[in-house]
Design a protein around this ligand. Structure first.
Ligand SMILES: [Zn+2]
Length: 345
């Protein structure tokens, strides 16, 4: 079996990329587009980054992935995998190699089943995230093929480490994904696999013969993403107030539907957000809050006392968990430089 830590002989896949088909995110009182990236521009960025496989994983939608796949037919060097970041009632789960959209808001177990029924691959993205709905300790009991151990937009020093440990102790494939919400973030993290085609990638995951690489997305890139989103909200709202909603544009269409008063508030909010140095201050405060939350999750989950097990097969799970927790404590530290450093294979 080829070593997947040797970039000369292995392929690179970004397993977690969003486009503007991802819809809107609600954070506190604000609602904003998750991504404004056009699927074809995302494909071009992936080619530029040297990826052989690009998985488009919009929230609860495969429309962007299908569009990207159609566009990529003209580029033989890259294959598009139809994916979806599915909102389950217990946290987000990624399905790859899908034929059809997976219904959101089902239980995690049923979602994994439905992914497998289609011949897909089920992955837990950012399982210990401080800012995304995540599966947490449930990854231990779900029928998952891989765990995203390196998510590039998780800039805190805790959540990827917890995920790494789970992947190693549970014998799941170790997966890296950029979770790119903007074009410039595509390929920041990736999964290395034996071979170069999408089918090789699938086989590597099933054989647990994958590794990960890349680097954490910079705070600057996160701020540029939020600026881009604010500008798009401003542009779409301004056009809508003028009665010029572009019906073919999903974001414009959605903004076109909101009340006039809320459009004015949104326009003012977006304009205010763009006044320097507000984006930088907002980015720094956000980073501070997320880091504190991540630390709390680390404290709750990094020792065996963090295990919260309820429900069926309690005894069996407890024994199993203890076994794995002992194993994980023998692992010592997950090398920090591997998870957080710039990795050059
Ligand atoms: Zn995501």
């Amino acid at each position: 079996m080829e070593s997947v830590t040797d970039s000369e002989n292995c392929g690179k896949a970004d397993i977690h990329v969003h486009t503007k088909f991802s819809g809107f995110t609600k954070y506190s009182l604000a609602q904003f587009p998750d991504s404004i990236s056009e699927p074809d521009i995302v494909v071009k960025a992936a080619i530029k980054k040297g990826l052989e496989v690009l998985c488009i994983t919009d929230h609860n939608c495969i429309g962007g992935a299908l569009k990207a796949q159609k566009y990529a037919r003209d580029f033989p060097g890259i294959e598009i995998v139809i994916g979806e970041e599915v909102s389950t009632s217990e946290g987000e789960m990624i399905g790859l190699f899908l034929q059809e959209r997976i219904e959101p808001w089902l239980g995690a177990e049923e979602t994994a089943e439905r992914i497998h029924d289609q011949g897909g691959i089920a992955i837990a993205p950012h399982p210990f995230s401080p800012h995304c709905p995540c599966l947490g300790q449930k990854v231990k009991y779900l029928d998952l093929d891989g765990i995203e151990v390196f998510n590039a937009i998780h800039r805190d020093p805790y959540s990827n480490r917890l995920a790494s440990r789970e992947s190693m102790t549970r014998g799941k494939a170790s997966i890296g994904g950029s979770d790119a919400h903007s074009v410039e973030m595509v390929g920041n993290a990736y999964t290395t696999f034996s071979g170069s085609s999408a089918e090789d990638f699938r086989t590597s995951i099933l054989r647990k013969n994958t590794f990960f690489g890349g680097e954490v997305t910079s705070l600057g890139a996160c701020i540029r993403w939020s600026n881009g989103v604010a500008m798009e909200i401003g542009r779409a709202t301004y056009r809508s107030l003028q009665g010029k909603t572009a019906q073919e544009n999903l974001i414009h269409k959605r903004i076109g539907r909101i009340k006039k008063r809320n459009k004015v508030i949104g326009l003012l909010g977006a304009a205010l957000y763009l006044v320097p140095p507000i984006p930088i201050i907002a980015g720094a405060i956000g980073e501070f809050i997320i880091r504190r939350k991540a630390r709390k999750i680390w404290d709750e989950n990094s020792s065996s006392s963090g295990l919260q097990i309820t429900g069926e097969n309690f005894d069996k799970r407890m024994v199993e968990s203890r076994k794995y927790m002992n194993l994980s404590s023998n692992l010592g530290n997950i090398p920090k430089d591997v998870v957080y450093g710039k990795i050059k294979f």
